[in-house]
Design a protein around this ligand. Structure first.
Ligand code: SIN
Length: 490
């Protein structure tokens, strides 16, 4: 791919988009071609959380389903969602799905061409569309890459925002061995969440909370950072930082969670069993493992083999490569970090409050749509709805000029001992700041993070540490359990 920076004299754009997942790409597609737009991808274009999303995209099934989709989202969110944000997302859902299909995106259908809607936990009806069986994210991502009319710069790590008082005037980026300034009238943050802060996670390796850290440095507010979501069914035994997700749609379509003896223990925790919201299922698995020392498995044994292979082809193949014969053979699972509900505070138009020219969408943002626990498959929908919204906001907003006075860090991006410290951070975040938290454990995590922040670290690790500290501090402030934030005195 050609490097768009090579042919530019002045690196000046109307819009720079940080991140090339569903939110960033759908925003790009919504921006007219006459605007000069640059999409930045930190690694290869497919290294983003969207690519790895399996289950699907939620949509209100029809107009009559909007109130039900809203109430399911509010209920899963444990009373902490912004009702306005949820209402807006649900009302827009059919429009964005229609737009994708008009553009030629193919969701899975039956042999008569009818859309297939699946079920996931805490949804009161089937309303989740999928593609490629269990490869919705990958199919959607490839499609959006093909639709994007604007240039993209890959392997470009954003190392700073060019802030002039409250105005964002562009980004500093590390690309092809050096740090460069790219000026822009508008900067959209669509950089995803915080996965690499945790030892066990389902996220792309490119997702490491750098931009959250930059925002903290600049005094830009993060919100609900204690709300970190753990997916209940992850195959964590594989090597590699990213662990294999086993989609919630498996349980939605009838998979069981069992112990060594085939006992479905989830019903001891919640009468909905496998269909309880994700936070409850994750906590139950975590607790049962600790209490009984029994391994926990997902069992798909009662699926028809042919149906399973057609409906979940990627999971079937990935686990076959690892030596599991599905659906007959059960697979050991554990919860793992999956999604950052908290993020950079955003309004319903995608603006970062109290700034000019700065926007945030997708997992990086905290719009309030997920409250204290995100409803399954609402994330791709959020990316689409707010990606579209921000493109409309930008088209309607006049640019504010910049003078060019920025203060930028000159610290090296990486230092020798960073790798070891990053691993220590991942371990302490998993041990003390994950599914079950205590004040004592959180304070210990804070002490370790402060110690590392006070040592010599490269800029990229510093940004991770700042984000991790924000998670721990938010968790310490909330001393009552709610949703994904579960804190005990033990
Ligand atoms: C899954 O397929 O279980 C993940 C979907 C989601 O994170 O909403």
């Amino acid at each position: 791919m050609k490097n768009p920076l090579q042919k530019e004299k002045a690196l000046r754009y109307d819009v720079v988009i940080i991140g090339a997942g569903v939110a960033g790409l759908y925003a790009a597609i919504g921006l007219p071609k006459h605007l000069k737009v640059l999409v930045l991808s930190k690694s290869h274009p497919w290294e983003c959380n969207t690519y790895y999303a399996q289950g699907g995209v939620t949509t209100a099934y029809n107009d009559a389903d909007i109130p039900l989709h809203v109430s399911d989202t509010l209920e899963a969110g444990a009373g902490m969602c912004s009702r306005d944000a949820v209402q807006f997302m649900s009302e827009q859902s059919q429009k964005v799905i229609h737009d994708l299909m008009q553009r030629g995106f193919l969701f899975d259908t039956d042999t008569h061409g009818n859309l297939l809607y699946t079920q996931e936990a805490a949804h009161s009806r089937n309303r989740i569309l999928h593609a490629g069986g269990d490869a919705t994210g990958r199919y959607l991502h490839l499609f959006l890459l093909q639709q994007n009319p604007h240039p993209m710069l890959s392997n470009a790590t954003v190392t700073d925002l060019l802030m002039e008082d409250d105005k964002c005037c562009g980004v500093e980026v590390f690309s092809e061995g050096s740090r460069k300034l790219i000026y822009a009238n508008n900067v959209i943050i669509a950089s995803g969440g915080v996965g690499s802060l945790y030892e066990y996670h389902t996220n792309s390796h490119a997702i490491s909370a750098d931009i959250h850290g930059i925002c903290l440095e600049k005094g830009i507010a993060l919100e609900s950072m204690e709300m970190m979501q753990f997916h209940p069914t992850v195959f964590v035994s594989g090597s590699g930082a990213r662990k294999l997700l086993l989609t919630e749609a498996l349980r939605g379509e009838g998979a069981w969670i069992v112990d060594e003896n085939g006992y479905r223990f989830l019903f001891e925790y919640d009468e909905r069993g496998e269909m309880a919201p994700r936070d409850i299922v994750s906590r139950a698995i975590f607790d049962y493992k600790q209490r009984t020392s029994s391994p926990v498995y997902i069992s798909c044994a009662h699926f028809d083999k042919e149906y399973f292979q057609g409906r979940f082809p990627n999971i079937y193949k990935a686990l076959q490569d690892l030596g599991y014969n599905l659906p007959s053979e059960r697979v050991p699972i554990s919860p793992a970090f999956h999604y950052s509900i908290g993020g950079i505070k955003s309004d319903l138009e995608g603006r970062v409050p109290n700034t000019k020219g700065l926007y945030v969408i997708g997992e990086a943002a905290c719009t309030g749509v997920h409250g204290a626990n995100r409803l399954a498959s609402n994330s791709l929908l959020e990316g689409l709805v707010f990606g579209k919204r921000v493109s409309e906001t930008i088209v309607d907003s006049p640019a504010t000029p910049c003078v060019g006075k920025f203060s930028l860090s000159t610290i090296s991006l990486e230092m020798d001992e960073d790798k070891e410290k990053k691993d220590r951070l991942r371990r302490i975040m998993w041990d003390k700041v994950s599914i079950v938290r205590t004040q004592e454990g959180l304070n210990e995590a804070l002490r370790v993070i402060e110690e590392m922040l006070n040592s010599e670290v490269g800029r990229l690790l510093k940004l991770r540490l700042l984000s991790a500290r924000a998670i721990v501090e938010s968790a310490l402030k909330r001393n009552k359990s709610i949703g994904v934030h579960y804190i005990t005195s033990a």
